[in-house]
Design a protein around this ligand. Structure first.
Ligand SMILES: Cc1cc2nc3c(=O)[nH]c(=O)nc-3n(C[C@H](O)[C@H](O)[C@H](O)COP(=O)(O)OP(=O)(O)OC[C@H]3O[C@@H](n4cnc5c(N)ncnc54)[C@H](O)[C@@H]3O)c2cc1C
Length: 432
């Protein structure tokens, strides 16, 4: 069977494309290897919330009238007024996952339980082989997201696990010594979940180790949020690699810091345990330390760290170690056949302005990469912020439509504009 567009992966990135393409003239199908839809299920802990506005759903920022908007979901489930009256400060992540599931399940072009195994290019068409069939396509959109990342010396068995498995492992910590390694949002959520456990279920001790100098908040202020606009993504894309690299390092906390709400809850919970409940739980906050090794020790693990301010080695003992050490881009074994035909940009496949992989094939046949080009497209690439705009950009490219940024996508800040000094210089030259 032939489609104009075949999608690999049905996480938020590609669900955005599938939603915007639904009932359009572009025939499409999207495959996901998971048996059923889920979104970060292992981190659905109590009260966890979305770190972005609810307008950053699958479609609203590209097409507010699309039937797959979050508001449309609330309307269809008869709870618009109740949602408004509940006045959540931030959207509950559980509810956002329910919304995403609804968008996936009510779109007949989204298929679960079917992994894409290989993509080749034959007779001017992509040939996409899945675990169950073979289809052909004019274009392919890849959105396979990220997978858990742990240090090379870590293991993820027998008392060690990645933070993405926290929900399923909380029952193993009762009375144990627990160390969480990693000072971002995921680590903070794991710490809060441990601190909130009731007597009898709670650990005996909790240590929180982070490489950062302190437990830093996410910068969610208006001007910083301008980094998460289409026009900044465009600006970023046009800059040289060295600038892009250092920009990402300098501004990491605008996406990888901890939400203020989580930080306050952690602080208040520790205060309460120490000074009001007089809990016997031993809590140690250990920033500015780098975990360097882990070894088996009697009855558990010894975690070796180095204090970053003076280089002193330290060792901490634990029964359970939770690695909140981030995520890395997922491997793409299904691209092996085409990979040598594609240009690279460092570790990534090189993309153009429209998120098309640069390759040696025909100029009207594209492989698009969603959430696969952070070093080329900036901080927002792995984030939900630009999902709808990015998916619409990709669709426009398939249709050979509109080149410039659409209305409403511009930043308040002039990232590109030459300053007055240029004008002044030109005026002066004219005067001469
Ligand atoms: C706990 C957590 C909370 C987050 N919260 C926020 C937030 O509040 N705000 C924000 O902006 N960002 C957030 N993010 C970051 C980001 O928005 C999400 O990670 C988002 O899920 C990325 O979407 P994606 O579709 O690119 O990738 P994913 O959600 O990882 O989806 C990729 C999909 O591809 C499928 N797949 C992989 N290989 C194949 C194959 N060969 N064939 C078929 N299917 C395949 C996978 O099964 C998966 O379903 C969060 C991340 C985490 C880990």
């Amino acid at each position: 069977m032939h489609f104009n567009c075949v999608g690999v992966g049905c996480g938020p990135s590609n669900l955005s494309a599938a939603s915007l393409l639904h009932r359009s003239a572009v025939t499409n199908i999207f495959f996901d290897s998971k048996p059923d839809f889920s979104w970060h299920e292992g981190m659905m802990l109590e009260d966890v919330t979305l770190q972005v506005s609810l307008f950053k759903d699958l479609v609203t920022l590209a097409n507010p009238t699309n039937r797959f908007s979050f508001i449309s979901y609330l309307h269809e489930h008869g709870r618009l007024y109740q949602f408004l009256n509940a006045r959540f400060e931030s959207l509950l992540r559980k509810e956002f996952a329910m919304y995403l599931r609804w968008a996936a399940k009510t779109n007949e072009n989204v298929v679960f339980g079917e992994a894409v195994l290989d993509i080749s290019f034959v007779d001017n068409r992509f040939v996409v082989a899945t675990t169950q069939r073979q289809v052909t396509a004019d274009h392919v959109v890849i959105g396979v997201g990220t997978v858990p990342k742990t240090p090379s010396f870590a293991s993820t068995s027998r008392g060690q696990f990645h933070v993405s498995e926290t929900a399923a492992n909380l029952h193993t910590v009762a009375g144990k010594r627990v160390i969480v390694v990693g000072g971002g949002q995921s680590g903070a959520e794991a710490i809060l979940a441990l601190l909130r456990m009731s007597r009898g279920e709670a650990p005996a001790s909790i240590k929180w180790v982070s490489r950062r100098e302190n437990f830093y908040p996410i910068d969610d202020s208006p001007f910083t949020n301008e980094f998460y606009t289409p026009s900044h993504s465009e600006f970023f894309y046009q800059q040289p690699p060295d600038f892009r690299r250092s920009f990402l390092d300098r501004n990491m906390l605008s996406s990888d810091g901890i939400s203020e709400q989580t930080l306050r809850s952690i602080y208040q919970r520790i205060y309460s345990l120490r000074h009001i409940e007089h809990s016997e739980m031993n809590i140690e906050l250990l920033p500015y330390r780098e975990a360097q090794n882990i070894e088996r020790a009697t009855g558990g693990w010894s975690l070796w760290t180095v204090r970053l301010h003076d280089g002193a080695p330290e060792v901490y003992w634990a029964d359970v170690v939770i690695w909140a050490t981030g995520f890395r881009p997922a491997d793409m074994p299904f691209l092996e056949t085409l990979a040598q035909r594609m240009e690279r940009s460092g570790q990534e496949i090189k993309v153009d302005r429209y998120f098309c992989a640069q390759w040696d094939g025909p100029a009207n046949r594209h492989v698009f990469l969603l959430n696969g080009a952070r070093s080329q497209r900036g901080l927002a690439d792995p984030n939900l912020s630009l999902n709808a705009w990015r998916a619409q950009t990709v669709i426009n490219r398939m249709l050979n439509k509109a080149e410039s940024l659409p209305i409403g996508t511009h930043s308040l800040i002039d990232w590109h504009k030459p300053g007055d000094v240029h004008q002044c210089y030109r005026d002066l030259q004219g005067a001469c």
